[in-house]
Structure formats: C-alpha cells, structure tokens
Write a protein that binds this ligand. Sequence first.
Ligand SMILES: [Fe+2]
Length: 290
Amino acid sequence: MDDTASNTERTAIRENFYAKIDSYNLAPLWERVHSSVTSGPNSPAKPAHWSYDDEVRPFLMQAGGLITAKEATRRVLILENPGLRGRASITQSLFAGLQLILPGEVAPAHRHTQSALRFIIEGKGAYTAVEGERAVMEPGDFVITPNWAWHDHGNETDQPMVWMDGLDTPIIRLLDANFTEMADADRHELNRPAGDSLARYGANMLPVDWQPISRNSPVFAYPYARSRETLTAMARNGDPDPCHGLKMRFISPASGDAPMPTIGAFMQLLPEAFTTGPYRSVVASSSRRV
Ligand SMILES: [Fe+2]
C-alpha cells in the first residue's frame, strides 16, 4: 500500500479487501485475534444465584402440573446462565438443570453420548439404575451416568423427587457427537445387586487383575452418608482450609481422577460461622447447598 495514503484511505482499501474475500469464505485473522485471544480469562458466563426454596422449587412444581414426564421426556428447568441465554448452558462447557420426577413416573432406559451427574436435592427412595445396578437415592447423594451407559430411573415413592443434573452437553455439541439411543424395554435388565459397585471398587481395594475399560469411575453412586461422615471427621480433626473450608474431590477409585473425564465434582463443608477467604481460578463451577 502507498505510504502516503491517509488512515481513512487505508481503512477503506482494507474494508474493500475484506468484503471481496468474504464471498470466498475467507476472513482476516488480524482483525479478530484481539477479541478471541485476550491476556486474561474472558468468559461471557456471569456469576448467578438461583434460590431453590423461593424461586426454583415453586416453578418446578408448577411445571409438574403443566406437563407429564412422558410428554416432556425430561421434565427439567434449565439453569441458564444470564450471560449465555438461549444456549441451554450454565457455563461454556456445562449444562445444569433441575429435574422433577413425580410419584409413579419413570424415565425409560436410554443411553447417550453426554456424560451426566446428578446431585439429589429433595425426596428419598426413588431409584436410578446404571448398567444393570440400581441405586436408591436420597438428598446429598452423588450419582453418575457416564457416556453411553444404559440408565433408567423412576419414583415409586409418594413424594416428588428433585435432583440437579449436570451434563457435558456443550462439549459434546462442540464435537457434533450429541446423540441418544432408547432401549427396547423401559427398564434395563438388572444384573447386579444394589451397592455392588461401591463394595467392589469403593473400599480402597480393587478386584485383583481388574482393569478399567474406560476413564469413567466404576462406582456410580456415592452416598451422602459416606461423604458427610468424611467431612464431619475432618472438621473434628483439623483446621479448615482458609479459602475452601473442607472441600473434597469426588474421584474414580481406579485412577484418582474425576469420576468422568469431562466433569469434576466436589463436596464442601463450611463450618458454622466460617467465612471463606478470597480465591479465584479459571474453573467454572455450580454449587448447591445441602
Ligand atoms: Fe439420561
């Protein structure tokens, strides 16, 4: 370009060039790199708070009267991040929602490429079955349904059951690999007694010669009673971390890594009257008070 061209002329020539290459599906990276590569974290997701008792629960119960679980397939209110409206996401990489299962309702057996976790919020006695093992759930329990694992759930109690679903849907969407398969029967065949995976893999021992077939945890239900007992003992036995209080990672006992490769999960106890110190990281998280 001529060195004597004015800034206005230079801009016009460049804009003209950009317009010309646009029809060939070409674009100048130098015009975009500043917004796509920043010197620090720059997420569109915003901090947000949903009040379960005052806001979410009443709407969820209203939804229970508006649509059956069968009609809705999944009767879930999405916790949609205010910075990501329309994208069914709570963070750039995670979906979160609250699912209501009324007495007598079942979700037929299915499997999908998304990995899902579940924190039980309300109700006691409904079940989830994963790969042939059933777990009866209660508040605070943590349950995983790893990618492509058959699962079904139902509520045979007389109380509503609510849990928080967390899925890696945005990651799977990014990979164009979002699909599901319904089983022939409503319930997948049970082939192990309840509690088998926890007994087999969750007691600081593993069956000799056992080898993992995936990076997903071989334990799929982590009962709240055990998590709580651990945190309570730790609170009794030592000082809390000044930033985290008492915070434990859920792990796969086979690897020490997160129970599923794409989603981490934690259980945190804040002692009474404890105030956390300031802390920041690039990890996006959602939390639920039990
Ligand atoms: Fe599912």
